[in-house]
Write a protein that binds this ligand. Structure first.
Ligand SMILES: [Zn+2]
Length: 86
């Protein structure tokens, strides 16, 4: 299992899934990478490997990493509040 991508003391996994799971994104797929792009602003939320063992990245991506990247983008670029009922 990969290292934790967020601190459970700051935000529960349920809350992170609730927020990131509803954020609109699309996937730009190249031969080696998948770029997760925000549909609100078009910026990349993260770049992930499509093939384990691909150059410069030797491990596969897990869903938790993608959700964390989307959540990080929503918070930093769009001031999404982690707390509250939103
Ligand atoms: Zn955005």
């Amino acid at each position: 299992m990969a290292e934790p991508v967020w601190d459970d003391r700051l935000i529960s996994r349920e809350r992170a899934l609730q927020l990131a799971g509803r954020w609109p994104v699309h996937f730009d797929v190249t031969r080696i990478h998948v770029y997760v792009r925000c549909l609100r602003c078009g910026q990349s939320c993260g770049r992930f490997v499509t093939t384990p063992g691909a150059p410069n990245d030797s491990r596969p991506t897990d869903v938790e990493e993608i959700l964390a990247a989307v959540l990080r983008h929503a918070v930093t670029a769009h001031d999404l509040a982690l707390s509250g009922t939103g």
